[in-house]
Design a protein around this ligand. Sequence first.
Ligand code: F6R
Length: 242
Amino acid sequence: MKLIKSKNYQEMCAKVARIFAAQITLKPESVLGLATGSTPIGMYEELVRKYNEDRVDFGKVRTVNLDEYIGLSGDNDQSYRYFMNHNLFDHVDIDKAKTFVPNGLAADPEAECVNYENIVASMGGVDIQLLGIGNNGHIGFNEPCDEFPECTHVVDLTESTIQANARFFASMDDVPKQAISMGIGTIMKAKKIILMANGKGKAPIIYDTVFGPVTPQVPASILRFHPDVMIFVDEEAYSEIA
Ligand code: F6R
C-alpha cells in the first residue's frame, strides 16, 4: 500500500487523473472501475480537460461503477448513472453502451447482482479501480459489519443514510432504502486500486485504514491485503498520520 500526499485537493485530483490517462494510453480498452460522491469530481474534471486537450481518448474504454440506488432511474439526478453521465461520460468520446452501472430499476435486484458480477468478470476484470471512502471506512456501499461481503449484493441503507438523503427528494417515500453494491471481493479482484480522500473529516479513517487492524468494522482496511493499492490524500486527510 502506497500513501501519496498532495498539498491540496486540486493537486491530488491532477495526480490521479494522470494515472488514469496513462492507464488508458497504455491500454486503450482498459476497464475502469469508477466511483461517485464528492471526492472524485475534481478528478473527472481533470480527465475531461485532458480529453479536450487531445491528451486522452476514451473511444475503447469500458467502465463499471461501484454502486447504484435501487428504485432510481438513470434520469433521476440523484442516481449514480446520472452522476457519471453528468460528470464524465457526456463530456468525452466514451461509448455509453460500454459503461455499466448496476440497474437500480431491475425487477429482481438479487438477479441483477449476479448479472453485474458476471458483467465485471466477462470484461476480464477491472484494470484500475477508483474508490472514495466514507467517514466510517465504507467503500462502495460496504458498510462496517461482521464479515466482508464477497460479491455484488443488495444493501439495506442505514436509517442515518436514509435521513441524510431525504433532503434531495420530494418526499420520504421517494428516498431510496436499498442499493446495489460491488462486494469487497469484487473490489479486491481489481488489478490496481486507487483510493482518494481529502479534508480533515477523513483524517481519522485514513489513519485507521493504514495503521489499524484489518477488520470488516473498517471495510477499507482490507485494502492492505491487496498487492497494488495507492491511497491519495491531501494534507488535511493526512493530518492524523504526521
Ligand atoms: C460512491 C461510493 C462511496 C463514496 C464514499 C465517499 O460510489 O461508493 O463509497 O466513495 O461515500 O463519498 P464522498 O466522496 O462524497 O465523501
